[in-house]
Structure formats: C-alpha cells, structure tokens
Design a protein around this ligand. Structure first.
Ligand code: GLY
Ligand code: MN
Ligand code: MN
Length: 347
C-alpha cells in the first residue's frame, strides 16, 4: 500500500485511526464499515469489527483482522500504537470516542487530522469509475421507467417510491441521498424531499436521485414539466440549462473548481438569477455522495483526471418554483465525459 504510506508521511503521522465508514471501506474493502474501524500504518491496515462479521470480513478484506468489541479492540491496537504519532479523523470521531483513545492509548501521541484519505479518494481508479458508472446507469434506467408517471395527479411520494423500486430491480443497494421530488412552488426548496403533494398542470418538477452500487453512488437531477408551463418558468429553466451546459463544457484537468462555479453563476446573474442560485455548483462523488473536490466559489481544488464531479446549478424562487439540472461528470485526460445520460427535456 505505498500510497497510504506516503499519505501518512505527508501528514506527519506514523499511523491513522480510521473511523469514517467510507474510509474504513476504502482501506480494507469491508462492506459493513459502519460496524468497523481500521488502524492504518505503513505496513497496511488492521480491520476491527465484531463477531457478527467474522466470516464476511474474511471473505471481503485482505487486511489483517481483529474480531472483538471495544474496548478489546482498543486494547489490541494499543500494542501497535505504542510510541507512535497516531492521527485520528477530527471530523469523524465523537468526543467520547476520542476520550476512549486517550484512555486506552496512553503511550501514543494523538494528532487531529483531516483529509488524509479523502485526498486519495479524489482520484478514482478504473474499478471505482466502473462502479459509479453502474450506479448512474441504474439511475438513468429507473428515471426513464418512471418518467411517464410524472404527470398531473401524481403524488410526489409515489414517484419517489416508483424510482426506488426501479432502482432496486436493477441492482441498487441503497440511495445516494433522500430523493428530491419537488413540484410547483415546492421546487423553490433545493432539498424538497418528496411529499404528499399532488402535481398539477403548469408546474415544473425537480427530481434529484442517486443509486448506490457496490458501495459507490451516482447523483443526477432533472427538472421536467407537467403540462404547459408559463413563459417565466421556461425562461428560468433554459437559463439554468445554459449555465449547466457551459460549466460542463469547461471541465478539463487544470481548471480551478471555483472558476467553474463562477462561470455558471455569472451566466445566471446575467439572467437576473444570481441570487436565486443558492448553493455551490457541485461536488465530488464516490463512496460518499458529497466528497471532494468542492465546486464552490471558495474552493482551492483543481480538477484532475479521474475525478468524478457533479455540475448542478439551480434557481429557486419562493412562491414561483425552482429548477435544478445536475449531471455526473468524469474528468478525463483531455476534458470530460458526462456519465448521466437521461435526456434534458426542453420545457
Ligand atoms: N441534492 C443534493 C445534491 O445533489 O448534491
Ligand atoms: Mn443530487
Ligand atoms: Mn449533487
């Protein structure tokens, strides 16, 4: 695991206590990482999990394994960390868990760290990209299957339920985030999770969905019309689409993520919608639905081949409605590949 060793060295630690589930999975391959921890050293990872997972861990992970519950796990690790500088994930460890580390590892120097493994996770391997592709394929197929149901008289929650079923049939193991199905005025809620509201003619409906496949997620939003919509809603939709497509065309290695956000924001501002674009342009996607790089205006991240990002501008107008269009995009050696294939229907 040479890249792990180099990452520990760069961070100035001898070992890392891994508590964020996605990171436990990343360093061990164990698929129930919520019930595990890992101790990462230059020699490799030790997976700590309990007896419910003895056989599963053996099948899934080539990491050394110690099967017990805390505090036996911490006592076992204490032997390994004696005299070492041990990083812990400052943004993924409870105060109580840190107290336990202090108590059980009196001979280690505990160092708060952030981003050691998240930095490695920025660049996806071909295997990881393939899983994200499959997660996106599931979402595209599910959306196509359910699209005819998005019409006047349909209930938002029924649409959500139908998408979940179509995803399950195609191999999804879970959802990237709570599905957003937000019609009419609810479209002004960027995170308007599906409700009991009945869709009406003349509305736009925002549908934001993602599947989990083999641990990796997808993320996509489409905004579609129900019946004929007003000229103002059409104008807003096409402004968001223009910003989204311009930002996608600008994706390539070496581009600052913040500049993509500015590019899209400037287009929306030109349409009088700058204030209505209330969030950042996008985010990385992988084991987590929200990971690096960050595509916000304050981001220092620079795009590199192998990153998988979303481009998702939106406009949210209370009392009127909202639009978001989100694509999943792979940064390639010479530009980009859009992984999401669902049509962006003109309204
Ligand atoms: N709605 C959350 C996201 O797409 O990131
Ligand atoms: Mn989304
Ligand atoms: Mn997203």
């Amino acid at each position: 695991m040479p890249e792990f060793a180099a990452a520990l060295t760069r961070a100035g630690v001898d070992a890392l206590w891994v508590s964020r589930p996605e990171n436990v999975r990343y360093v061990t391959g164990f698929t129930s990482p919520e019930d595990g921890k890992a101790l990462l050293t230059p020699q490799g990872a030790v997976l700590y999990t309990d007896a419910r997972y003895t056989e599963q861990a053996r099948l899934e992970s080539s990491a050394e394994q110690f099967i017990a519950r805390p505090p036996a796990t911490l006592e076992h690790a204490a032997e390994r960390v004696r005299g070492l500088r041990v990083g812990f994930e400052a943004d993924a460890l409870t105060v109580a868990a840190l107290d336990d580390l202090r108590r059980f590892w009196p001979d280690a120097t505990l160092v708060p760290t952030t981003g050691i493994l998240e930095t490695l996770r920025l660049i996806k391997t071909p295997d990881e990209i393939e899983r994200i592709r499959q997660a996106q394929r599931i979402a595209d197929e599910a959306f196509a299957a359910v699209r005819p149901l998005i019409r006047a008289g349909a209930v938002e929650r029924d649409i959500e339920f139908a998408i979940e079923g179509e995803m399950r049939k195609r191999g999804a193991r879970g959802w990237a985030h709570g599905f957003i199905v937000a019609g009419g005025e609810r479209g002004a809620l960027p995170h308007g999770h599906a409700s009991d509201r009945v869709l009406q003619d003349g509305e736009l409906v925002t549908v934001d969905i993602g599947a989990v496949y083999d641990g990796y997620v997808s993320d996509m939003t489409r905004t579609v019309r129900v019946g004929e919509v007003s000229a103002e809603l059409r104008r807003i939709y096409h402004a968001v689409l223009e910003a989204e497509e311009a930002a996608i065309r600008a994706v390539r290695p070496g581009v600052r993520a913040a500049d993509l956000d500015t590019l899209a924001r400037d287009i929306l501002t030109g349409h009088g919608l700058g204030e209505a674009f209330a969030h950042s342009l996008g985010h990385g996607v992988g084991l987590a639905v929200h990971e690096g790089p960050s595509l916000r205006g304050t981001s220092d991240d620079v795009l590199e081949p192998g990153m998988v990002i979303t481009i998702e501008p939106g406009a949210y107008l209370p009392g009127l409605g909202g639009v978001r269009i989100e694509d999943l995009v792979l940064v390639t050696e010479d530009g980009y590949e859009v992984l999401s294939t669902s049509p962006k229907e003109p309204v």
